[in-house]
Design a protein around this ligand. Sequence first.
Ligand SMILES: Nc1nc2c(c(=O)[nH]1)N[C@H]1C(S)=C(S)[C@@H](COP(=O)(O)OP(=O)(O)OC[C@H]3O[C@@H](n4cnc5c(=O)[nH]c(N)nc54)[C@H](O)[C@@H]3O)O[C@H]1N2
Ligand SMILES: Nc1nc2c(c(=O)[nH]1)N[C@H]1C(S)=C(S)[C@@H](COP(=O)(O)OP(=O)(O)OC[C@H]3O[C@@H](n4cnc5c(=O)[nH]c(N)nc54)[C@H](O)[C@@H]3O)O[C@H]1N2
Ligand code: SF4
Ligand SMILES: [Mo]
Length: 581
Amino acid sequence: MKRTTCPLDCFDSCSVILGEDGRLKGDKNHPITQGYLCHHLNNFHKIKRIEKPIYQGKEIELDEALEVLRNKIEITEPSKIIYYKGSGNLGSMQSVPRLFFDKYGATLTKGGLCEEAGIYGIEEGRGAALALSPNVVKDSEVVIVWGRNISITNSHMLPALKGKKLIVIDPRVTDIAKKADLHVQIKPRADIYLAMFLSRLAYMEQMEDAEFIENRCENFDYFLDEINGIPIVEFIDKSGVDLKTIGNILSMIEGKKVSILVGIGVQKYTHGHSVLRAIDSFAALLGLFGKDGCGVGFIDDSGYGFGKPFSSNSKKRVPMPTVDFGDFDISFIQGGNPMTQLPCTQKVKEGLEKSKFVVYFGLFENETSKMADLIIPAKTFLEKEDLKLSYGHEYIGFMPKLIDSDIGISEYGLCAYLMREFKFAEISSEKEYVDEVLGDNCMKKDGLLVSKFLENSPYSEKFYTEDEKFIFFDEYDDDFDEEEGDFYLLAVKQNRSLNSQFYTDDFLRVPPSLGFKDGEIIKLGYRKYECSYEVRVDESLRSDCLALYSGGKKSNMLTPSLVSEEGDGAVYQELKVNIIK
Ligand SMILES: Nc1nc2c(c(=O)[nH]1)N[C@H]1C(S)=C(S)[C@@H](COP(=O)(O)OP(=O)(O)OC[C@H]3O[C@@H](n4cnc5c(=O)[nH]c(N)nc54)[C@H](O)[C@@H]3O)O[C@H]1N2
Ligand SMILES: Nc1nc2c(c(=O)[nH]1)N[C@H]1C(S)=C(S)[C@@H](COP(=O)(O)OP(=O)(O)OC[C@H]3O[C@@H](n4cnc5c(=O)[nH]c(N)nc54)[C@H](O)[C@@H]3O)O[C@H]1N2
Ligand code: SF4
Ligand SMILES: [Mo]
């Protein structure tokens, strides 16, 4: 049987069987995959890929394309080259070209477009962000789904939620919110206040786990000072949640095994790190770490404990969310689509137009490949050696090469070519790199390899901070101007696309209360930018929220070019927009 792992940026890292007919099926024997895949891989065989390299609009052979790239690099000042890697394929080997670009002295990126702000906050408190697997969640009594659209983005978690009391905190009525025992349709960016408000009242109700706090935590008194320093009326005002709802949440979780599944929704803001820190602090007050059926999960650090053969110490880095391609003579873009995915599309477009030579190295044509001088086709995950570590569970996903193909080049192949051409030391074999990533961090569980750090409930023995204790949070900044516009603009995922891969749409979702009809065109404005959208009425939205799906051509036309205060993360929701017409 030909077995591999889904390469896509997703919590579930499904175990995949390649059939004789070229179709992909879910592995029935994998404890998380349980025999089913989602829309993306079920339809993977139908997708049209780039087959030939293209240089200045004309098809050329692969060896010619590589030579063009080599010659351009040779005449370019190293720091005027940027290596930009997206998350189209999350295999560990996808980062191997960084070895070349780092050695050559090119500029690299830091931070990213996804979970970086939140992870920063988690690491401040816990030292490491370990995944909370469905295997832990299935032993919970109550699950809080906090800004994560489980049914769409993390569907293999659903079996673990069966029979549990469910609390959902999301500004939209998502599918999982419809099934919840309690749905808090929270005002966007209010989660930090909700987390502190819950902590304040839980402490008043003497729900804290005093033994856990005493033995395993630091800084609790400062946390108490912080939450006690804010009047209850201010909490009600800032969180938009009333006392009765807080009481309901607390009575549902009191004395219960509780898991909290947080998504990126809560942290697409400049203060994103503090939001995760506040949610973690609420969980720590209740003693929810290191116990069966308890914990807080996020888009966690899949690489924790594993080897990092492609990491770099280079100081020549620019924050990924605000990268200005116009500063570079060569923009080498791999596995991403910054034209739709980076904040502030207009800035990205101007940058790519100004950059002297744009290389796009990817599987599919997209808005970024259209801007490229040179397009190099990649191999698919079925055609190269790789390894997938998961940000949502403990299982290690092997990705052996299953198919031979004449199309494209792998990331390893491209890196090996450049290393050779520039007379750098030979690179190791693919197998050696895979072994280096695995290191001694794997062990067997139920016949499958898992990360050592996730053998038991995460943090059951220690936290990964210097003193091995959880550190409560005690300060935050939030100077967002709520009055600047009328509507929050939510940036959310949809089921038929994986960010900009597969089927995307450009519609603006609007709440019924605005009285628009499907198909109407309206214009939104934010500061100096304006953009027109076709409307789709969406009953899941609050009356003060609009929404755009990730991957759409216009989803970042208004997003400001900013990074989070910590973690160099993108902040897609740091704006309020107006309807101009
Ligand atoms: N089908 C599919 N699956 C995917 C992806 C995809 O594009 N399509 N993308 C993958 C990637 S890259 C990632 S990072 C993950 C992300 O997975 P999720 O975190 O589940 O994704 P989002 O849709 O960005 O956000 C989740 C929810 O946050 C809510 N939200 C927005 N603002 C706020 C807020 O201020 N507070 C609260 N409490 N909630 C808020 C939104 O309404 C949304 O329902 O999904 C991965 N899985
Ligand atoms: N408005 C808005 N913007 C967002 C988000 C949002 O929710 N709303 N979400 C943000 C988040 S969480 C993320 S993670 C980013 C994702 O944004 P990106 O990292 O740009 O990812 P994708 O849009 O999925 O682009 C993936 C590209 O990778 C290429 N690819 C796929 N497999 C391979 C491979 O094996 N090798 C190579 N070389 N290329 C390959 C495909 O051609 C595809 O076009 O977007 C961010 N941007
Ligand atoms: S995208 Fe996620 S749910 Fe879909 S097949 Fe891949 S890992 Fe599984
Ligand atoms: Mo992401």
